[in-house]
Design a binder for this molecule. Structure first.
Ligand code: GLY
Ligand code: MN
Ligand code: MN
Length: 441
């Protein structure tokens, strides 16, 4: 049987990253890739830190997400080196000595201060491609983020190694378990805040551990795409629940959305079921060679068809897409790449040496325009919303006749619908990491 655990898959992942680093350095004419893990920052006029967020270029190499002040040195032909920051500090918990399946692959040097790092970094800073935030500079080692190096690494980061897929499976498993707990809390009458707490408890993750702030919406709040307020009391009556919430596993993210009606027999639940069925078909289109832009446009047609079936719009799907009517109800992109970052990098990259693939005219919020290839993991997140601002704009554009406003009024108290899964493109059929996780949750 081929290996499936992150530990068993890690050596191949590391070998792939070393090959990518060697090519990236050649493109930028550097000898070393140097990656600080990132540092803590004080809030303005205060002595409290912002939550620490590890440099994604760092956590790509090893599952260390809470080691500020550390540095990686990658030199082709040599073992990777980790300068591991363990400050002398009795105010805070100091990161424990590295342990786990990845440790044997690194030469590890413990450092106590930023100046220690400078002593162990390659002698000539000018020969180092340093990837990090500007505040992370130590002496001559100033992150310059050279474009040819970053372009190459970010373009290829879209192609997940089997290790990365295994990590995302773990993140999805945690997310699905927490989504189940959130649904139970909703059915039991909890507030948005209460559902959030139930979610975090089941995930075993604090708000700062999650890959993005939970979006937990009851009723009309589901019409706010990134609603992150959390009412402390439930509304009366409770009609609908939209939850867009992820989970992290050693630096990898999942991004999952589900929508429920409080009444399984009502029209809103029927519309949720229709979006869910359409979403599954879209997930099945995550195949090598398929253009993600086309997937987005096809989603508009499918969603406009649902709006027509439910009597919300009076025009056909093609008309709705061409006139912008479908965009008033589905005003975001069909999804994005995902991995180390919930919105993964290089969504528009035309190649590993630069260039941009533009978005379709009239679709400014699409975050991924590349053709799908094996190894990519993308979200598929169609939605339908009843948003006053966008519906008013339709009226102002003279498109009021395309809509049955009584039907809009009937659905508006439910806010909206989004169904979101994370789907891996392979040489053959796609793997829906989210559905797989729910099936096992
Ligand atoms: N959770 C943000 C998004 O779905 O893109
Ligand atoms: Mn998403
Ligand atoms: Mn989401």
């Amino acid at each position: 049987m081929s290996p499936t655990t992150p530990a068993a898959l890690y050596p191949q992942h590391l070998a792939e990253l070393q090959a990518r680093a060697a090519e990236a350095l050649k493109r930028g004419d550097f000898d070393h890739l140097v990656v600080p893990s990132g540092s803590l920052h004080y809030q303005f006029f205060d002595d409290r830190d912002y939550p620490y967020a590890v440099n994604p270029q760092f956590k790509a190499w090893l599952p260390l997400t809470r080691a500020p002040g550390s540095w990686l040195v990658i030199t082709p032909g040599h073992r990777p080196k980790l300068l591991f920051m363990q400050p002398h500090d009795y105010w805070h918990v100091v990161p424990a000595a590295p342990s786990g399946y990845w440790v044997e692959h690194f030469d590890i040097v413990t450092i106590r201060t930023p100046e220690d790092a400078a002593r162990h970094l390659p002698k000539d800073a000018a020969r180092c491609a340093i990837l990090g935030e500007p505040q992370g500079a130590v002496g001559d080692y100033i992150p310059g983020n050279p474009v040819p190096v970053v372009d190459y690494l970010e373009y290829h980061r879209a192609f997940k190694t089997p290790y990365e897929i295994a990590m995302m499976r773990e993140a999805s498993r945690i997310g699905a378990r927490a989504h189940r707990a959130a649904e139970r809390a909703f059915r039991a009458g909890a507030s948005e805040f209460g559902i959030h707490l139930a979610y975090c408890q089941a995930a075993g993750q604090d708000a700062n551990d999650l890959p993005y702030g939970n979006i937990i919406c009851l009723n009309e709040h589901a019409a706010v795409l990134h609603y992150t307020d959390r009412d402390r009391l439930p509304p009366t009556p409770v009609r609908s629940f939209l939850i867009d919430a992820g989970a992290s596993f050693d630096g990898y993210a999942c991004d999952i959305t589900r929508t429920y009606s409080a009444d399984a027999g009502d029209d809103f639940q029927a519309m949720v079921d229709a979006v869910d069925a359409a979403q599954l078909k879209m997930c099945d289109a995550v195949r090598a060679g398929f253009d993600y832009k086309q997937l987005h446009l096809d989603a508009h047609l499918a969603l406009a068809g649902i709006l027509k079936d439910f009597g919300v719009i009076k025009v056909g799907a093609e008309d709705a897409l061409a006139s912008g009517v479908s965009s008033a109800f589905f005003p975001h992109g069909i999804g994005h790449g995902i991995g180390l970052q919930v919105h993964d990098v290089a969504g528009f990259a035309a190649s590993d040496s630069g260039g941009t693939i533009s978005k379709p005219e009239g679709h400014p919020y699409l975050r991924l325009t590349r053709v799908l290839e094996p190894g990519m993991v993308v979200t598929i997140e169609p939605g339908l919303y009843f948003i006053d601002m966008l519906l008013d704009e339709l009226k102002q554009k003279g498109l009021a006749d395309a809509v049955d406003w009584n039907r809009v009024d009937a659905f508006k108290p439910y806010g909206g619908i989004r169904i979101e899964d994370d789907v891996a493109c392979t040489e053959a059929a796609p793997i829906n990491l989210t559905r797989e996780a729910f099936a096992g949750a």
